[in-house]
Design a binder for this molecule. Structure first.
Ligand code: ADP
Ligand code: ZN
Ligand code: ZN
Length: 722
């Protein structure tokens, strides 16, 4: 670094890197987290290698002094390379990507002891509805005043009032208490011969300490988790850290339990539900290398590991690894890049690999490790399709007679049933029987979804909601609004009518919104406190309930409409996944799939279990269409609250498109969600050959244009659905 200058990426997307003077006595190095002046304000920033970032030359006399260095470990070099790659590949500003590494800046600063609050059990003399609500919702939880206020949905003042009267008390928390190390030899399993041979390949890769991507491919219940636990054990024995990415935070809780059984203590869990003190503790322990294993959703990918020896992406085909706002990145792909920069093996574990991942195997870039059958006595379930045209349900019902009969027989034997429908709420559409008016979200191109349990209509895109009206907002007829189509609540109602003495549970992100709720659900299932689960995709993954023997897919056609490139693949993955919940113990499982198109290739593949033929046909169709992985797409989304401004900008971007043989631009046209959260959206879709550097072209193309500040232009490289 020339003299006492530092080049800093400041946390402001509108700004490029800036140079500062390092005052005497201050020590910084690349990766240091610093406080920098900007105009009258102070901003957090990260010191970078000056030779890696271009910036305007500023004379020494015009430099301003850095204000301070945050007392936290520097962002390590491999993570700095990942930040650069992510910003470059996904066309995102460096500060946005860097922000994902810093977690909350508040978690970095502050002292290692923190004052938190919890309820004392004392009932205040003067009880108000707000105080009552606060104490009830807080329960035995603990946190900062602000955190408790947000849990309880009351103002900070209510919490402070409760502190004053002694109903809530302060507790000191050691935010930096150490994590116990997981023990690789705590309870190792006896591996099957197949598991043992796969595990030994992974162990070798970890020993080699080099980048190597693996596809760990085995049907649900084949023992993949047990095998990558062996890889974690090998990393632990070598003193290295491991990262496990899961698609949903709801899955962390069962993972923690299982991990603890194998390694004797919990790994570090990283998710949005963490309190500030937990966040600080986890971040620092990972940065210092003291925390050996971390598990989390996609945001854990940007944690500052000091010596990462293994990355596992579990259920690697899951769509939730694709982030759809902010930085549009795919955590599966970024995980592979992190492995490259860290020189660590990467394991993508899945029963239904994405076509992109299979393609990497075919090209010889990823090594495939296969586990052929289910572990132990469990067999794959027997799968049947129910043709909803031949065997329709009764009027106003959603379950066909054959499915109801199967449920009755299963419940008779004292076993459990899972009904899968990927739709939250009671009904996806509400319309007026008198005037035909459909209730639509004012902010989005989407119907308002009825949630009968809450007595409200809600938009699943922006969260807008209001009490279900009694009269039609258009023609004011009373009691004219009718629910159309089923959601999980409606199916649960039907099930309760059919089996009034059975216990029914609805499992969706509405009911399972925290790791604690997920743990409660697992317990109730294991204790037999639930006979029938009606759930969305949240129940399709990770869970292992030996007494669950029947899975019913209520509407297998749901994902097939819309002409989406990945519709069939995604339907296949989702139904395989949910089928994988059936018959995981010693009792055989059955899957009944309700569909209007039993002759579709995807349904046939599900029934026969012949995934290879299905995958090959899908792959060929992609090849013919030059679709990913054979071609590449990027979407340019232009949005604004002002429709005309968005449209005008989109048209201008379209007009200035570069003419190139290797690249086609479609649009602009209204985006699939033409309005979202009050913003009108237009889209240009770029289609190019695989090897073509679209990013470079788009960077130059958009870089030469300007648009009003009320218009936002975002690029989604490798968009997931369109
Ligand atoms: P997958 O991750 O492929 O779905 P799991 O690793 O969850 O499969 O294994 C399925 C079930 O079999 C789990 O209950 C697991 O504990 C059990 N299992 C797998 N391998 C072994 C083993 N070697 N010894 C004992 N139990 C095992
Ligand atoms: Zn009406
Ligand atoms: Zn909305």
């Amino acid at each position: 670094m020339p003299g006492n200058r530092a080049r800093v990426i400041v946390m402001n997307n509108a700004l490029g890197p800036l140079d500062y003077r390092v005052p005497q006595g201050m020590h910084v190095e690349p990766g240091s987290i610093v406080v920098a002046p900007l105009g009258p304000r102070q901003l957090l920033g990260v010191v970078w290698e000056p030779e890696r970032l271009q910036t305007e030359e500023v004379g020494d006399n015009r430099l301003r002094n850095l204000i301070g260095v945050v007392d936290a470990p520097p962002i390590p070099a491999p993570l700095r390379r990942l930040v650069e790659w992510t910003a470059d590949y996904y066309l995102a500003p460096l500060p946005s990507v860097l922000r994902m590494c810093l977690s909350s800046s508040a978690a970095l600063e502050g002292s290692p002891t923190i004052v938190e609050y919890r309820a004392t059990g004392l009932v205040p003399d003067r009880m108000t509805p707000q105080r009552e609500q606060a104490l009830e919702r807080i329960g035995d939880r603990q946190g900062l005043v602000r955190e408790l206020a947000s849990i309880a949905d009351v103002s900070d003042a209510v919490i402070r009032g409760l502190v004053k009267v002694g109903a809530i008390e302060a507790v000191m928390v050691e935010a930096d208490t150490p994590y116990p190390p997981p023990d690789p030899n705590f309870a190792p399993p006896d591996l099957s011969p197949d598991q043992a041979s796969v595990a030994s390949i992974l162990r070798q890769a970890i020993g080699a300490g080099e980048f190597q991507p693996f596809l760990l491919d085995g049907v649900t219940g084949s023992g993949k988790t047990e095998v990558y636990f062996e890889a974690i054990a090998a990393a632990l024995a070598a003193g290295k850290q491991s990262l496990v990415l899961l698609p949903e935070i709801a899955l962390t809780e069962p993972f923690l339990t299982r991990f603890t059984k194998r390694f004797g203590c919990e790994p570090v869990a990283w998710h949005s539900d963490l309190r500030q003190s937990q966040r600080r503790r986890a971040w620092r322990a990972i940065a210092s290398g003291e925390a050996k294993v971390a598990v989390g959703a996609r945001s854990a990918l940007f944690l500052p590991f000091s010596d990462l020896g293994l990355i596992v992406v579990d259920e690697a085909h899951e769509t939730s690894f694709k982030q759809e706002d902010g930085v549009h990145y795919h955590a599966r792909d970024v995980a592979v890049m992190r492995g490259l920069f860290e020189q660590a093996p990467v394991v993508l574990a899945t029963a239904t690999p994405a076509i992109e991942t299979r393609h990497q195997v075919q090209l010889g870039r990823y090594e495939e490790l296969k586990l052929p059958g289910r572990y132990g006595p469990a067999d794959l379930p027997h799968v049947e399709a129910i043709d909803m045209i031949q065997e329709p349900p009764d009027r106003g019902r959603w379950l066909a007679p054959r499915l109801v009969k199967g449920m009755a027989a299963t419940l008779e034997r004292g076993e459990q049933v899972l009904l899968f429908l990927n739709r939250r709420g009671y009904a996806p559409l509400t319309l007026c029987r008198v005037c035909g008016h459909r209730l639509q979200c004012p902010n989005c191109t989407a119907w308002m979804v009825e949630h009968r349990l809450l007595g409200r209509l809600a938009c699943h895109h922006c969260g807008h909601s209001y009490p279900t009206p009694r009269e039609c907002p258009e023609c004011e007829s009373e009691n004219s609004l009718a629910a159309c189509g089923p959601g999980v609540e409606r199916v649960a109602d039907e099930v309760r009518e059919l089996f009034p003495d059975k216990k029914v549970a609805i499992v969706t992100s509405d009911t399972l919104w925290s790791p604690q709720k997920a743990a409660e659900f697992v317990q109730r299932m294991e204790h037999g406190d639930i006979d029938i689960v009606v759930g969305t995709q949240l129940v399709t993954k990770g869970y292992h309930f030996p007494n669950l023997t029947l899975v019913g897919v209520v509407d297998a056609d749901l994902g097939l409409g819309g002409g989406d490139l990945r519709a069939a693949e995604r339907t296949f993955q989702q139904i395989c996944q949910v089928s994988g919940r059936a018959g995981r113990g010693e009792k055989p499982g059955t899957v009944l799939i309700q569909t209007h198109c039993p002759d579709a290739d995807v349904m046939k593949a599900l029934v026969t279990g012949d995934s290879e033929t299905f995958y090959q046909a899908e792959t060929e169709a992609r090849r013919d269409a030059h679709a990913p992985p054979f071609g590449r797409y990027a979407a340019i989304i232009v949005s604004s609250e002002d429709k005309a401004a968005a449209e005008e900008t989109a048209r201008r971007i379209g007009k200035s498109r570069p003419e190139m043989e290797e690249m086609h631009v479609f649009g602009p046209a209204p985006a699939p969600l033409a309005m979202l959260r009050g913003r009108h959206r237009f889209r240009l879709l770029v289609h190019a050959k695989r090897a073509f550097d679209v990013q470079d072209v788009i960077r130059e193309w958009l870089g030469g244009l300007e648009w009003p500040s009320k218009v936002r232009v975002a690029v989604d490289v490798d968009p997931y659905s369109f």
